[in-house]
Ligand binder design. Structure first.
Ligand code: PXL
Length: 266
């Protein structure tokens, strides 16, 4: 089986990060190997939270993984609570021969998440620029490039050597969608829009894309699957507070079914 390292936080409430990454990578048929950057009582969108920061453990954990001689096929990164975590990850990824997908988690809806200082954002940018694929939302695209224009922002990232840029959460004609840019090809996928923004949907997208890539899909098909799945899940969720996240658990089987059908055809 393909092995995927998931470097992200673990939040007890407010479904996101490892809480959605582990089941999604698993249902798509790859091994999920988590390394929590922090453990939180709940994600930071709620009015308060308690947090255990695991910065000092990242390098020792990577050292143990290296001692085990594990070679990862994919590395997916998400939320960081300290710049030093990113230095540790850069040290690890530079020696790994893995597909690196960086979700440059920094903010949403025009706002930075709590704790994202200029210096943490510039470290996230450094990591993003070393990735094969990045999945910024519009706020993060702006923080990475200073561009509000999607194509111009994506081109800046492609010029810096990133192979594919997936810009998420685009509203057009009352639909919601994601745009994929590679040098020489770009596509957009749109689906039903449910008003609002919901915790963890960016994490769902990056995990679906990684899981699909590890099973041999290209990034366009991967984003297409993610777009329709996330839109369907939101539409069928009973959400009282956007911080709680969406009812993806009930529909994971759909991702698994589609994946198994595709694998059987191969
Ligand atoms: O889904 C992004 C995210 C991840 N992790 C934590 C967060 C957020 C967004 O608020 O607070 C802890």
């Amino acid at each position: 089986m393909k092995k995927c390292a998931l470097i992200n936080d673990l939040s007890g409430f407010g479904k996101c990060s490892l809480g959605v990454g582990i089941p999604i990578i698993s249902v798509l048929g790859a091994e999920a190997h988590p390394l929590p950057t922090a453990v939180l009582s709940n994600q930071t969108g709620y009015s308060s939270f308690a947090k255990v920061d695991l910065t000092e453990y990242l390098t020792p954990f990577f050292n143990e993984w290296n001692k085990l001689g594990i070679s990862f096929d994919g590395i997916l990164t998400g939320y960081f609570s300290d710049e030093k975590q990113i230095d540790a990850v850069l040290e690890f990824t530079k020696k790994a021969d893995a597909l690196l997908l960086v979700d440059p988690v920094m903010g949403d809806s025009g706002q930075r998440y709590k704790g994202f200082s200029d210096s943490l954002c510039s470290k996230v940018k450094q990591l993003a620029l070393s990735a094969d694929i990045v999945t910024p939302n519009l706020t993060e695209l702006y923080l990475l490039t200073g561009e509000q224009d999607i194509k111009k922002g994506a081109d800046i990232l492609l010029e810096s050597g990133i192979k594919a840029v997936v810009v998420t959460g685009i509203n057009k004609n009352n639909e919601i969608g994601n745009a994929v840019f590679e040098k020489g090809r770009s596509e957009e996928y749109f689906a039903h829009y449910s008003e609002g923004s919901f915790s963890g949907t960016g994490d769902m997208l990056s995990s679906i894309v990684m899981g699909k890539l590890l099973s041999g899909s290209d990034v366009f098909d991967a984003v297409k699957t993610a777009t329709y799945f996330i839109s369907f899940v939101i539409k069928n969720s009973d959400v009282h507070n956007r911080n709680d996240g969406v009812d993806f658990e009930k529909y994971l089987y759909r991702l698994g079914l589609e994946q198994n059908e595709n694998q059987e055809k191969k």
